[in-house]
Design a protein. Structure first.
Length: 132
């Protein structure tokens, strides 16, 4: 279990990786670093959706790491956001959860296409309708 100080330090590191990923020459390495952290990076990636300079990378990484818990957190973030522009960006991030790609680190398991399709239909489609 991580202490509050550990969580803050982890958040700082992940946010640094997200910032460094803005440079094309660093992007692949930063993706691998975040893949090493896997689910531990999710809270920072969700916060990365809040700014335009980290939105795209954060969306891409969340689409890779996604599971039911990640999708539920993203849905809740979109529902709780009062800003129409940000809500639109979060809707787009939800739509991107349909994307599938293989992780760089072979030991990381991702959802099967069937699992991904089921979660999209059960969780994301209803949320997208509600967020319109």
């Amino acid at each position: 279990i991580l202490s509050e100080n550990d969580k803050k330090e982890l958040d700082r590191i992940v946010r640094q990786y997200i910032q460094e990923a803005r440079t094309p020459k660093n992007r692949s390495e930063m993706e691998r670093q975040i893949e090493r952290l896997w689910k531990l990076a999710v809270p920072s990636l969700l916060r990365g959706l809040d700014t335009t300079d980290t939105y795209s990378f954060s969306t891409r990484m969340l689409a890779l790491i996604k599971d039911e818990g990640v999708i539920r957190q993203l849905v809740q973030k979109a529902k709780d956001n009062p800003d129409p522009k940000q809500k639109g960006l979060l809707r787009f991030a939800l739509e991107k959860m349909k994307d599938r790609r293989d992780p760089s680190i072979a030991e990381r398991t991702i959802l099967t296409q069937e699992e991904s399709d089921r979660l999209y239909k059960e969780l994301i489609e209803p949320a997208l309708e509600e967020l319109q």
